[in-house]
Design a protein around this ligand. Structure first.
Ligand code: NAD
Length: 406
């Protein structure tokens, strides 16, 4: 298994070779400001005591409070959390929000817990870490297997311990409990704004054919938004496989079909696809919006897309990245393409601190120019340094962070 933090450092080293950053800055940036491992005791429903391992990595706060989600997964370990905290630092800097980067987690399969145990575990994470959290210090959010309800418990626990009633220490809360309008579709919509900003520069047609991997929050929202803007989604998949129709899929009918049959397959007028076939679909834009490491050295050569919009985190491994760069397939990288999510989380934090509630329209009107600006700056860096958009994005982020650390 690759150590994800080593992969992240490899990316950093590649970028440091393209632009001469101060070596002292790069050495400092190779380490998180702090990584914390905690133990969380939970009295289980059967009366036994179980101790869980949890983490918080505060990577860098040069641009603002540490920001990043909390992941509950049985494979979660400190190197993964460190890598994710590093990428959050880059992402917040690319998006141009006043936030640094962090990430947290607990090694647990939440499906094995009752709701009461899950609540005790989540409150336990906050009890251990309350001293270092806070609206001006460290602002966690949901990630894999953590939900708005869990954020609500955590915000409540933090308020009990500290008396801070702003609810600004956790984002991704439910609407009516301090959450922001527009957070649901924010990642897919932000990705669409980035795509729209770069479409002509990437020589894509006005109306594109799109293949989407993933039928969850990000993939489904993205598919609906692409279609609403006149593009055609020709293929889409979930973990069990997908469907293809070169004339374009009717997503609303497909949602109904999945609801009634439990799967995408057998959708009228379309052909069933495996996930491997979905990635190889001929299209203008391929949108991996499911999981990490989907495009690797074994399949990178088989893709038939003009551009990749990375809405998932880390869907392309470094070896595939190199293959696609040599083939001339532009990749709009995750740290740019999916930064709409954290940007609207930042809006939630701002609304909580100011005691305001912005409408969905206001949220989207603030998001669009920020995504456009970030996309254009990344594109300019790619040209200026004759490199790909991922390295262009890293350079933009590192320049912004270095300036504040000096
Ligand atoms: P989700 O759980 O809502 O949806 C994931 C979807 O992927 C599901 O439809 C699932 O069936 C499908 N899937 C899982 N394994 C698959 C496989 N091997 N092939 C095809 N489909 C598969 O998750 P989400 O919130 O939509 O997140 C998707 C990705 O986007 C993740 O990488 C996540 O880290 C990233 N992301 C999400 C947000 C956000 O705001 N939700 C923000 C930034 C990044």
């Amino acid at each position: 298994m690759n150590n994800p933090f080593e992969n992240a450092m490899e990316q950093l080293d590649k970028v440091a070779k393209i632009k001469n950053f101060n070596p002292e800055f790069i050495s400092r940036f190779r380490q998180p400001d702090r990584d914390i491992k905690i133990s969380i005791p939970v009295k289980m429903d059967d009366g036994t005591l179980k101790i869980f391992e949890g983490y918080r990595v505060e990577y860098n706060n040069a641009l603002g409070p540490y920001k990043g989600g909390i992941r509950y997964h049985h494979d979660t370990e400190i190197n993964e959390v460190k890598a994710l905290a590093f990428w959050m630092t880059i992402k917040c800097a690319v998006a141009g929000i006043p936030m640094g980067g962090g990430k947290g987690g607990i090694t647990v399969d939440p499906k094995t817990l009752s709701k009461g145990e899950l609540e005790k575990l989540s409150r336990g994470w906050v009890k251990r870490l309350a001293d270092i959290l806070g609206p001006k210090k460290d602002v966690p959010a949901p990630d894999v297997n953590t939900t708005p309800e869990i954020m609500d418990w955590m915000a409540d626990e933090y308020e009990k311990i500290t008396g801070d009633a702003t609810r600004a220490t956790f984002t991704g809360k439910p609407l009516g409990r301090g959450g922001s309008e527009g957070r649901g579709p924010a990642t897919g919509l932000g990705g669409f704004y980035v795509f729209d900003s770069l479409r002509a520069q990437l020589n894509l047609p006005e109306k594109c054919t799109v293949a989407v991997q993933g039928f969850g929050n990000v993939g489904l929202n993205a598919a609906q938004i692409f279609i609403a803007h006149g593009h055609s989604v020709v293929a889409i998949s979930d973990s069990k496989g997908g469907v293809y129709n070169p004339q374009g899929l009717d997503i609303e009918k497909l949602i109904e079909h999945k609801k009634s049959t439990g799967s995408l397959s057998g959708f009228s007028g379309s052909k069933d696809l495996t996930n491997e076939e979905l990635l190889e679909t001929e299209c203008d834009v391929l949108v991996p919006a499911a999981f990490e490491n989907q495009i690797i050295e074994n399949n990178a050569d088989k893709l038939h897309t003009k551009v990749i919009l990375e809405l998932a985190n880390g869907p392309i491994n470094p070896a595939a990245d190199e293959i696609l760069f040599k083939k001339g397939v532009p990749i709009i990288p995750d740290v740019l393409a999916n930064s709409g999510g954290v940007t609207v989380s930042c809006f939630e934090w701002e609304q909580n601190l100011k005691g305001e509630n912005w409408s969905e329209k206001e949220v989207f009107e603030k998001l669009q120019p920020m995504m456009h600006d970030a996309a254009q700056k990344v594109f300019e860096n790619g040209k200026k340094y004759s490199t790909d958009l991922r390295r262009g994005a890293f350079i933009l982020a590192l320049e912004r962070i270095e300036e504040k650390m000096n």
